[in-house]
Design a protein around this ligand. Structure first.
Ligand code: SF4
Length: 398
């Protein structure tokens, strides 16, 4: 009710431009905003206004529910045949002196480390190397499922699949169908970066293009798999490039309905070829989450990686459209820390994550990959509750 009252107030607020009042009106009546209106929001809307609109949508879809899951990451290699300029993670295959490249046994050892642990998902992504081909992943998926059938395999992005299927001379559909029969359950959202060629050719010129990325997701949706989508923002792109990116995803979602979650990823400038490009502010991060929530009306969820943006910004993001703050509860991923993320050792216990969510008045829900409720933490009290720090007053518009 509070969210509706605030939004209704904005629709009649004469201090706002006619465009902003009209967009608020559209959100109130669950109408889709246009490409031009999204660009207008990026150019003219202030944070408090965006928060009211995004929070209204977030609460209409999910109330106070805030999701996280228990997963672990396997990064089979950080060596890569590609050379994305923003990448702080990969070591070039052509002059490799460092980096790791796992075999299937090594990956299975990681899976076995979690035997008996209440994790529901393994998230697999990394660099692209010739040895980790179709048969490599087919064997791993089969062995992983045989060892632990209940573990959901969320594996690889179109960047890896495009390379693997091309080498195997399979269509995207055939390749995914085969890997699904080996145990693949769903796909994460990486490798999307910014779709528009004007930007993509400057930051990620040699990997799969927008059409190939989108087609691989479309084929996965045809096979009944759910997938996610990301956007790497805050570098050399202009606002309309972000809207173009979201628009292509929104169109595909209209067609297939197979996306679950949109994940804006903040560009970090540590140790990469774009270290001269300044990072955007936290205010811009929050504006971006909010506009994503408003524009991507057909995406059920908007996610923030707390390890990437800091715990406090993740808390704030829950009032700007975000309803999922990811669930890496240990430090099995190096992707964020190597790019200069806030959390250099991203480990958080369930208790810490639940309290982080409760501190800002939200309702923590542990989910599985498909957003089925695993545990409702609303009334769960942990022993030895630490004093509540890190509370942030949220912007008030009226
Ligand atoms: S972003 Fe991915 S595809 Fe690009 S260089 Fe890094 S690991 Fe390779």
């Amino acid at each position: 009710m509070e969210a509706t009252k605030k939004l209704t107030f904005l629709t009649g607020n004469k201090n706002l431009s006619e465009e902003l009042r009209r967009i608020a009106e559209k959100v109130l009546h669950e109408e889709r905003i246009s490409f031009q209106e999204a660009v207008y929001l990026y150019e003219h809307a202030e944070l408090g206004y965006l928060g009211v609109l995004a929070n209204y949508i977030r609460e209409s879809k999910h109330g106070d529910y805030t999701y996280f899951n228990r997963n672990f990451h396997i990064e089979p290699t950080n060596v890569c045949v590609y050379s994305c300029n923003f990448c702080s993670y990969s070591r070039l295959i052509k002059n490799r002196t460092e980096g790791w490249e796992m075999d299937v046994d090594g990956m299975m050892d990681m899976v076995k480390k979690y035997d008996g642990e209440p994790v529901t998902e393994v998230h697999i992504t990394g660099g692209v190397v010739p040895k980790q081909n179709l048969e490599f992943y087919a064997e791993f998926f089969k062995r992983c499922k045989a060892h632990r059938p209940d573990l959901h395999i969320k594996g690889l992005t179109p960047v890896e699949y495009y390379y693997i299927f091309k080498k195997a001379k399979l269509s995207h559909y055939e390749g995914l169908k085969y890997l699904k029969s080996c145990g693949l359950d769903s796909m994460p959202g990486g490798g999307a970066e910014i779709f528009h060629p004007e930007v993509r050719e400057k930051i990620a010129h040699d990997k799969c293009n927008a059409e190939q990325w989108l087609d691989i997701h479309e084929q996965a949706h045809k096979l009944g798999m759910h997938t996610n989508a990301t956007m790497l923002y805050g570098h050399i792109e202009e606002y309309w490039h972000r809207v173009d990116h979201m628009d292509r995803l929104r169109q595909l979602q209209d067609k297939t309905g197979g996306f679950q979650t949109f994940i804006p990823l903040k560009f970090r400038n540590k140790d990469n070829q774009m270290d001269h490009v300044p990072e955007v502010s936290v205010i811009e991060d929050l504006r971006n989450y909010a506009i994503a929530r408003i524009y991507m009306d057909n995406f059920p969820h908007i996610k923030a990686y707390w390890a990437m943006i800091s715990r406090q910004t993740a808390q704030l993001s829950l009032s700007f459209g975000v309803d999922d703050i990811d669930g890496t509860l240990d430090d099995t991923t190096k992707i964020y820390s190597m790019a200069g993320a806030e959390e250099q050792s991203p480990a958080m216990s369930t208790k810490e994550l639940v309290e982080l969510i409760k501190q800002v008045g939200r309702h923590p829900i542990e989910r599985d990959t498909l957003y089925r409720v695993v545990t409702d933490y609303k009334d769960v009290e942990f022993e030895d509750t630490a004093p509540k720090k890190q509370y942030y007053k949220l912007p008030v518009v009226d």
